[in-house]
Design a protein around this ligand. Structure first.
Ligand code: SF4
Ligand code: SF4
Length: 130
């Protein structure tokens, strides 16, 4: 994965902060959110936040792992800096919805993704597009 620190997309990140009410720069990368996440996300929640801190909006938005998030809020409960990774991830999913980009599509979903995604995450994803 190539991160280009020169190409920062601060505009979209500011929009995401406005929509979610979160301050991404408050995250100090302790990893407590990731340690408690039951969804085995890769990239993990703290890594998604780090992408955004580095200005890599598209990397975070297009990460497949956001669709494995079950919105259980464990990460947000555990954060010592009062950041809500769950809200930020939900915001990223909503941007796909706004673009009418149905990432959760039963006809195109790979068997591998189906086999490895938590059922709650699949159902949560479908609710956005049906
Ligand atoms: S728990 Fe909070 S401060 Fe720690 S990495 Fe996650 S979002 Fe950042
Ligand atoms: S809300 Fe999503 S990212 Fe946060 S702990 Fe739950 S599954 Fe993991």
């Amino acid at each position: 994965m190539l991160i280009n620190p020169v190409e920062k997309d601060q505009k979209h990140i500011s929009d995401l902060e406005l929509a979610t009410g979160e301050t991404i720069s408050d995250c100090y990368q302790c990893g407590k959110c990731t340690a408690g996440c039951p969804a085995s996300m890769d990239p993990a929640p703290s890594v998604l936040i780090q992408f955004l801190k580095l200005g890599q909006f598209e990397l975070a938005k297009n990460a497949e792992s956001i669709w494995s998030c079950m919105a259980c809020l464990t990460c947000s409960e555990r954060c010592p800096k009062n950041v809500s990774p769950a809200a930020i991830i939900e915001g990223l999913k909503n941007l796909h919805l706004r673009d009418m980009d149905p990432r959760v599509n039963l006809e195109t979903m790979s068997r591998d993704l189906l086999a490895h995604s938590p059922q709650m995450a699949i159902i949560s994803g479908f609710r956005k597009f049906i």
